[in-house]
Structures are given as structure tokens and as C-alpha cells.
Design a protein around this ligand. Structure first.
Ligand code: ZN
Length: 259
């Protein structure tokens, strides 16, 4: 039996065994490949989902499916390294992944979204369809929603892009890929009746990906960053990571215990 929690490292016999030992539970990391400012790698969102999945899987004995490295990123097409896939294609792909795994016996799925907020719409569409057509259990785990109680206590600002939240997490988990000396701060502009951050307490409109014109202004100002990456620390990254892993373990444990 392999020690790996990754499905792609297992033989089919090992996969068959893990369907039973995991109470038919599996983690699905979803991310993106898109610009993350001058200081973070384009794969940041996928790497974040992978490292959370890996650590929670090791603690709970559930397997992890291969990550989907692509997300819905039209607003980041202004800079190279970005690959955007249409959300209807992504929803179909997520459904087919779940459907294939279900065909062989998996019944409980945790969709881990590293491309915070933006991937949720199509993951919800795929998740609803899977619940209705396959009768499976689906949870969507998004770090932005699952760290609302924590990020303020670390002195961090709102969810943005390649900001101190992602910067800290990457410094802790993938230090060799971070070039913090290249980072440019770009504090959140004050916008009336609008915030992306799920922990925002005021009345707000809902998120819509930015237009090319809006993104052009952002790239001229900060080379693609919204937020203050200079506030990123390894220590904060560790606290954030451990918090998310413990929450993910909670979600998996609850799901495993369900009939
Ligand atoms: Zn990101």
C-alpha cells in the first residue's frame, strides 16, 4: 500500500481499498493558473488548495484527487501566465470528475477552492447537479469563507489578490517560489456598497470579475496586486494554514460520520 494520499500515485487496487477505509470520502482541489503579482507564482491558487488537501488528508485518512489547475480567470487575462476556462466548461468538468469517482464508489466529496470566491459559482452549479443526479454529498471549502474569524486578528486587510493572506500562506508552504522583494503594495480602494471579502459587515453588492479596463488600471498601479503583501509573514502563514487545516479536518470528520 502506498503512503501517498494522492489518487494519481495509487494503483487501482489501492484506490479500491481507500474507498472503504475513507468511508467513501475524497478531497478535490480546485485552483487556477493566473498572474499573482510580481512576487507569487501563477499556480498559487492551486498550490494553496493542494497543500490544505494534503495535510487534512494525512490527518483523516482520506484520498485526494488530482488538482484542477485551471479556473475562471477572465479578469487576469491582462497579464501573461493566466489561463482562463469558461465557467460552463469548468462546471461540466467538475461534474464529470465527481461522476467518475462516484461510479467506483465514492459518495462524499469536499471541493477545496484555492481560487477564492471566483470559482464558487461554477462549483455550486456542479455540486447541485451532482447532489441531484448522483445522490452524493458535497461540501465546498473556500479559504476566504473559512478564515473570517482569523484574518482580522493577524492584522491583515480584506481579501484581495496576491495580498498578505496569500503571500503569508505561500511564504510558509512554498518559500522557494516567493519573491517578496518584488511585491508592490496596493491598499484596497474605498468603494461604496461593495466588498469582495466574505467577512465584510456592511451592506454590499455581489462580486463580478473586473473588466479589462479596471484590470489595466490595477496592473499599472501594482503589477496585478490588490492588498498589502508587505504585511505578509511566515508566522502568520503558519497560523492561517493550521487554522484552515483544522477546519478542513472538522468538515471531513463530519462528512465521514454521515451514513
Ligand atoms: Zn490567488
Amino acid at each position: 500500500m502506498t503512503d501517498s494520499i494522492w489518487l494519481q500515485d495509487m494503483t487501482w487496487e489501492e484506490v479500491q481499498e481507500t474507498i472503504e477505509t475513507s468511508s467513501k470520502t475524497i478531497l478535490l482541489p480546485f485552483g487556477s493558473t493566473e498572474q499573482h503579482g510580481p512576487h507569487l507564482p501563477c499556480g498559487t491558487d492551486t498550490m494553496v488548495a493542494m497543500t490544505l488537501a494534503q495535510d487534512a488528508a494525512s490527518k483523516t485518512g482520506v484520498p485526494v484527487a488530482p488538482p484542477l489547475w485551471f479556473g475562471w480567470s477572465p479578469h487576469h487575462m491582462i497579464l501573461p501566465g493566466t489561463i482562463t476556462i469558461r465557467p460552463d466548461i469548468l462546471a461540466e468538468m467538475a461534474f464529470d470528475i465527481i461522476s467518475s469517482l462516484h461510479h467506483h464508489g465514492f459518495e462524499k466529496f469536499v471541493l477545496i477552492n484555492g481560487h477564492r470566491i471566483v470559482n464558487i459559482t461554477w462549483l455550486q452549479i456542479a455540486g447541485e447537479r451532482a447532489k441531484r443526479e448522483l445522490g452524493v454529498k458535497i461540501s465546498i471549502f473556500d479559504p476566504a469563507y473559512m478564515s473570517k474569524t482569523l484574518t482580522g486578528t493577524l492584522g491583515w486587510g480584506a481579501v484581495g489578490h496576491a495580498e498578505e493572506i496569500e503571500g503569508s500562506h505561500m511564504m510558509y508552504r512554498y518559500p522557494d517560489l516567493v519573491k517578496m522583494d518584488r511585491a508592490i503594495d496596493n491598499p484596497h480602494p474605498k468603494a461604496d456598497l461593495y466588498s469582495v471579502d466574505p467577512s465584510y459587515r456592511e451592506d454590499t453588492l455581489c462580486y463580478v470579475p473586473s473588466s479589462p479596463g479596471e484590470m489595466k488600471r490595477l496592473t499599472l498601479k501594482s503589477k496585478g496586486t490588490t492588498g498589502e503583501p508587505s504585511k505578509a509573514t511566515v508566522e502568520g502563514g503558519k497560523i492561517y494554514h493550521d487554522h484552515l487545516v483544522s477546519r478542513l479536518v472538522q468538515v471531513i470528520t463530519q462528512l465521514k460520520s454521515k451514513a
